[in-house]
Design a protein around this ligand. Structure first.
Ligand SMILES: [Zn+2]
Ligand SMILES: [Zn+2]
Ligand SMILES: [Zn+2]
Length: 121
């Protein structure tokens, strides 16, 4: 049994007495917050390993730029485009993807009036 007198929890307005810095409940809370903010911030979970695999598969299945192909040109696929951007609720479903060369891809985005500055291509 600890012989030191208990003191109030260090959490603001918590009346519980404790022998450590926080009461049991707030010790957990403090640890949780530390974990959350200690971890590296990731801007988008959807652009993870799964997307890389989907993109690679799609590029393998569509080795030529789809836009160029429509005009009879054979240009290798360089980038995979989301018809409906993820930021607007689009998915990584193949229905929502397009294989494009860099030139076509940047043209599509400038025609769309891209507000994402090329981040979410
Ligand atoms: Zn507390
Ligand atoms: Zn193209
Ligand atoms: Zn795009």
């Amino acid at each position: 049994m600890p012989t030191k007198p208990a003191h109030p929890c260090a959490y603001p307005n918590c009346p519980k007495l404790t022998h450590s810095r926080y009461c049991e409940e707030h010790t957990k809370l403090a640890n949780k917050q530390y974990e959350r903010y200690g971890r590296k911030y990731r801007p988008s979970k959807r652009y993870g390993r799964a997307w890389k695999r989907i993109r690679d598969n799609y590029a393998a299945a569509h080795p030529l730029c789809e836009m160029c192909l429509q005009q009879g040109r054979y240009t290798p696929t360089e980038q995979i485009h989301h018809k409906l951007p993820l930021a607007q609720g689009g998915t990584n479903d193949t229905q929502n993807l397009m294989a494009l060369c860099k030139a076509c891809h940047s043209r599509i985005h400038s025609e769309m009036g891209d507000r994402w500055g090329g981040r979410n291509l």
